[in-house]
Design a protein around this ligand. Structure first.
Ligand SMILES: [Mn+2]
Length: 424
C-alpha cells in the first residue's frame, strides 16, 4: 500500500494553524531552531525487518492482522512509516528470515520507497530447517569445529546478501554462552569466538563495518560470551579498525549507566551505533522512551557531545536502528511512537547549551549542571520535530494520520487477517 501525498497535504492543512502557533512559541524559546531542524531532517532511523509483525513472549504470541507476509510487504510497511514521518528511510534485514529472492527487484522497490539498506543481521541463535549442525550449545564459541564453521559460513553468506543490496555493515549478535557453572571454559569460549569472528572479519568488503552486539543474559542465564561492552570492545579491538561495539539499550543489567558507556566508546572511536528500545526490568523490548525518557535524553546528550568532539556526522557516522517487539500493539503505531521519541531526545540533546554546561562542570557547580540538563529536557520540542517533518513532506501528526486514514484496516483488506510475518 502506498500513501497518497494529497491525503497528507489535506491532513497537514487541517492541523497547520495550531502547529504554527506552537512552533512560533518554540522558536521564541529556543535560539538555534533552524540548525536543529536541518539536523532533524537528515537524521534517519532504520527499521528492522522483524519489527513489522506482532512479537511474542516465550508464553505465546497473539498475532495482529494484516501483517506483512513477505519481504516486499515488510518494505512497503517501512515505506509507509517513512512517508508519514520522513525519518524511517532505511530497513535492516534479518537473514535467513528475509532473504531477497530477486536482488534487483528488491533494490528497485527500495528506491521507489526511498529506503536504504541498513546493516544486515545474521542469525546463529536458532536452528533452521534442514541445517546440518545444531546451535544448542553455541555457534561461534562452540567446542565443535564443524559447528563453528557452519556459523562462520552463515555470516559470510549474510555479507554476500548485503553486498548485493548495498548494505555496508554486518551486525553479529550471539546468544552464545552457558546456562550453568562449569558448563563452559570461559577462556576457550572467548578464543573460539574470536577466531570465528576473525574469519568473518576477513570476508568483510573494504568499506564495510562489523558491529559486535553484546547482551547481559538470555537465552543463556549463567554466562554470555559477549555479555557486556567490555567483552565486545575486547573483540572489536582485537579484530581491527572495521569492528565496533553495538549498544542495544535493553542488553544491560538493571540500572547500568548507559550514557557513560556511550561516552567512553565514542572516545575510543569504537561505538558502532544503537539498537533503540526501552525496558523496565531486562530486555523488555518496549517502545522507545516509554519507560525512561530522561535516560534516553541523557544518552543522546552524550552521543551529541561525543560525536561533536570527534567531528562526526550525526546522521551517517553511526548506525541508528530500532530493535523492539510489540506484543500488545499495532507494530506500525508502536514504531511511529518509537521514532518520535528518538527524534525528541535527539532534538533535546541538540538544545543543550554546551558552553554553559562546560563552565558549570569546570566550576564544580553541580546544581547548575543538573538544572541545565533538567530544564532542557522539559523544553517542549514536539513542534520543532513536527516542523522538520512538515518541511520534508511528512505528516504533522503521523499517528493521528494513521488512525484517521484507517491504514491498518486497509492493510487487512489487502493482506487478510491471518497473515504471519516470517521469523515470528
Ligand atoms: Mn539488538
Amino acid at each position: 500500500m502506498r500513501i497518497d501525498t494529497s491525503a497528507i497535504q489535506k491532513h497537514n492543512d487541517q492541523y497547520l494553524s495550531r502547529h504554527q502557533k506552537h512552533f512560533d512559541f518554540a522558536k521564541s524559546e529556543v535560539g538555534n531552531t533552524e540548525a536543529i531542524i536541518k539536523k532533524l531532517i537528515d537524521f534517519q532511523v532504520a527499521i528492522p525487518s522483524w519489527a513489522l509483525g506482532t512479537g511474542g513472549t516465550r508464553f505465546g504470541r497473539f498475532a495482529g492482522a494484516g501483517e506483512p507476509g513477505t519481504l516486499e510487504q515488510k518494505m512497503e510497511d517501512v515505506g509507509l512509516l517513512h512517508a508519514l514521518n520522513k525519518s524511517s528511510g532505511a530497513i535492516s534485514l534479518h537473514i535467513p528470515w528475509d532473504i531477497p529472492k530477486d536482488y534487483s527487484a528488491i533494490k528497485k522497490l527500495g528506491a521507489e520507497l526511498n529506503l536504504k539498506f541498513d546493516a544486515v543481521n545474521s542469525n546463529t541463535f536458532q536452528d533452521q530447517p534442514g541445517q546440518e549442525q545444531t546451535y544448542k550449545f553455541g555457534s561461534l564459541q562452540n567446542v565443535n569445529k564443524a559447528i563453528r564453521k557452519q556459523a562462520i559460513q552463515h555470516n559470510i553468506d549474510v555479507i554476500k546478501h548485503g553486498v548485493e543490496l548495498g548494505s555496508q555493515s554486518l551486525t553479529v549478535w550471539l546468544s552464545d554462552g552457558s546456562c550453568f557453572p562449569g558448563q563452559l571454559n570461559f577462556r576457550k569460549a572467548f578464543q573460539n569466538t574470536l577466531e570465528s569472528l576473525e574469519e568473518i572479519y576477513a570476508a568483510l568488503p573494504a568499506d564495510w563495518k562489523m558491529f559486535v552486539e553484546y547482551k547481559a543474559f538470555e537465552p543463556n542465564f549463567y554466562s554470555m560470551t559477549v555479555g557486556d561492552w567490555g567483552q565486545s570492545l575486547l573483540y572489536a579491538n582485537k579484530l581491527g579498525a572495521k569492528a565496533y561495539t553495538l549498544v542495544d539499550l535493553g542488553h544491560h543489567l538493571p540500572n547500568a549507566n548507559i550514557e557513560q558507556i556511550v561516552s567512553l566508546l565514542l572516545m575510543e572511536g569504537k561505538l558502532a551505533g544503537f539498537h533503540f528500545n526501552d525496558s523496565k526490568y531486562g530486555d523488555d523490548d518496549l517502545t522507545v522512551g516509554s519507560i525512561k525518557p530522561y535516560q534516553l535524553f541523557l544518552i543522546f546528550n552524550e552521543l551529541v557531545e561525543g560525536m561533536d568532539a570527534r567531528g562526526m556526522n550525526h546522521a551517517t557516522d553511526l548506525g541508528w536502528m530500532i530493535d523492539a517487539s510489540h506484543n500488545v500493539k499495532d507494530p506500525l503505531e508502536d514504531l511511529l511512537q518509537s521514532v518520535e521519541a528518538i527524534m525528541m531526545s535527539y532534538a533535546h540533546a541538540l538544545l543543550v547549551d554546551r558552553n554553559k554546561l562546560n563552565t558549570a562542570q569546570d566550576n564544580n557547580d553541580v546544581v547548575a549542571a543538573q538544572e541545565l540538563l533538567k530544564q532542557t529536557f522539559h523544553t517542549d520540542v514536539r513542534s520543532i520535530v513536527a516542523e522538520a517533518r512538515l518541511r520534508s513532506g511528512g505528516a504533522l501528526q503521523p499517528l493521528q494520520f494513521y488512525r484517521e486514514q484507517q491504514l491498518r484496516q486497509q492493510l487487512i483488506k489487502e493482506r487478510g487477517i491471518a497473515t504471519k510475518a516470517t521469523g515470528l
